[in-house]
Design a protein around this ligand. Structure first.
Ligand code: NDP
Length: 480
């Protein structure tokens, strides 16, 4: 049984309280590791270490910090296969996906921000003969980063990389459900030359460790990715303390399919945007809206393609979907499917747990599920499911499509399929979403602003937005 440890002040340590939590492999439903069940004492030790480390890390300058982060990225790349196997085992996702997307993207995050900081400009504003202003962007000090289980190392590094590059020290909490790759990375920090206390990783439960980070008076900024309800709780605690907050929350993303689209390309991509990572990506399209003239053609072709997807061993190259992340999450998703049935929805395919054999017999697998016959206001079309479940709704006009697309309290991502350039602009402007993909999905340029509107979040990550979040701007005005 593997024993995971916290990284605090450059040391790998057990929780102060001495207790542990079980870590499960979703593919088998079995416990395979123990995780420190940390609490506010561990968070406090991490925060103190981070404060001690901050002056020297900041003084190292952009180039020194960048070099250490690039070494860390290289060490992860040298061990890509080990990281990918851990990510797949811990999360249940297909190994091929972890190899192709999760770990390369975690490496890219570190490299991107390690080099972005070298080019991060400061502005100057000249007031004719009166004065010159310049903007001095200084690191905040110690920041908190809290990340979810769906893309464990990918989203963990997406937060810690800009924080570290900007000169901050970090107290980070990966999801308790998927701690393995953050732990694997913590073992590389010393060799990468990240000084003790610069990056602290405290494992444990959200209501204990996450809440202690959020409430700690010496952590003035929190970057959080996770569910909307947790985000609201973090905002409730952090707002009266005037903490800087970045919240990347849930979604109920629409896919708008117009009759003039490239049908085959749309079909291929919509299968992926629905079921990649078992539908557990905040950017997955979960409500597919189809122009009525092609609705039947789309439904038949889509259901045929979805039925052909193989749910199976995450290690098998032929598996399209692996396991969902936890027993509790499986129960939640199956409950959502039951709710859809009780609301009058018709399950066109899937709709049940998949039972595999042998070592996988207790794993948490769900058949990819397509549901139709539900209106926009029912709970199934309003609430985030975050699993391999999509709904279909027909529309008649562009205005109908937009009304359906915008008819939820979320606004993270959206996808539009059309070959009409004028419509592209109209629809993209009218969609209430932080991200609009047109004729594609999950094409990511790390320089672009990333985030949601409405209940999908507050603030933007990515590129200069992340570096601005992790710094405080000071205007210095000098009389000429
Ligand atoms: P949660 O909100 O349950 O958890 C996210 C993180 O917050 C975990 O590390 C969790 O710890 C921690 N946490 C839980 N309670 C608290 C608390 N009271 N105070 C501080 N931290 C806490 O989300 P999930 O992990 O279930 O992730 C799925 C959600 O994340 C979905 O809603 C999804 O849409 C969203 N998401 C959003 C993205 C975006 O970019 N907008 C990207 C990816 C996911 P623990 O695991 O121990 O509970």
């Amino acid at each position: 049984m593997e024993q995971l440890l916290n990284l605090i002040d450059g040391e790998l340590r057990s929780a102060v309280g001495g207790t542990s939590l079980d870590v499960y492999a979703p593919a088998t439903g079995q416990v395979y590791a123990q995780l420190p069940d940390s609490d506010d004492r561990d968070v406090h030790a991490a925060t103190e270490a981070a404060h001690r480390a901050f002056p020297a890390w900041n003084a190292l300058g952009r180039e020194g910090r960048s070099a250490a982060m690039l070494r860390l990225a290289q060490l992860i790349e040298d061990d890509l296969e080990g990281f990918a196997q851990d990510e797949s085992r811990d999360n249940g996702k297909p190994l091929a996906l972890a190899r192709r997307v999760d770990i390369p993207r975690a490496i890219a995050n570190l490299r991107f921000f390690a080099t972005a900081i070298l080019h991060f400009p400061s502005e100057a504003h000249l007031m004719d003969d009166v004065a010159v202003n310049y903007t001095d962007r200084q690191p905040i000090g110690v920041v908190g980063c809290i990340s979810p289980w769906n893309l464990p190392l990918y989203l963990f590094t997406w937060k810690i990389a800009p924080a570290l590059a900007a000169g901050n020290c970090v107290v980070a909490k990966p999801s308790e459900v998927t701690p393995l790759t953050a732990f694997r990375m913590s073992r590389l920090c010393k060799a990468a030359g990240i000084p003790p206390g610069v990056l602290n990783i405290v494992h444990g439960l959200g209501p204990k460790v996450g809440a202690a980070i959020t409430a700690h008076p010496c952590i003035p900024a929190i970057s959080f990715t996770g569910g909307t309800r947790t985000g609201a709780e973090i905002a409730r605690v952090a707002a009266p303390m005037f903490k800087k907050l970045s919240l990347e929350l849930g979604g109920k993303n629409p896919v708008l399919v117009f009759a003039d689209c490239d049908f085959e390309e749309m079909l291929d991509t919509t299968v992926r945007s629905s079921f990649t990572n078992q539908g557990q990506i905040c950017l997955c399209g979960s409500r597919i809206l189809v122009e009525r003239s092609i609705h039947t053609r789309f439904r038949d072709a889509f259901v045929e393609r979805v039925k052909a997807l193989r749910v199976g061993d995450p290690n098998a190259a032929e598996s399209d979907l692996g396991a969902v992340v936890s027993h509790g999450h499986m129960e939640k998703v199956l409950g959502c499917i039951e709710l859809a049935r009780s609301e009058g929805g018709t399950v066109l395919c899937g709709g049940e747990r998949v039972m595999l054999d042998g070592a996988l017999k207790d794993g948490w697998y769900i058949a990819p599920t397509v549901i139709e016959g539900l209106g926009p206001q029912c709970r199934t079309n309003q609430e985030e499911i975050f699993g391999p479940v999509v709904t279909l709704q027909p529309f008649d006009t562009e205005a109908d499509a937009l009304a359906l697309a915008n008819a939820t309290s979320y606004g993270l991502a959206s996808v539009v399929w059309t070959r009409d350039v004028q419509r592209t602009h109209r629809v993209a402007r009218a969609l209430q979403a932080g991200i609009v993909w047109v004729n594609c999905w999950m094409v990511r340029d790390l320089r672009t602003p990333f985030g949601g509107v409405k209940q999908s979040g507050v603030g933007r990550e990515g590129g200069v937005d992340a570096l601005r979040f992790f710094t405080e701007a000071k205007n210095v005005c000098i009389k000429l």
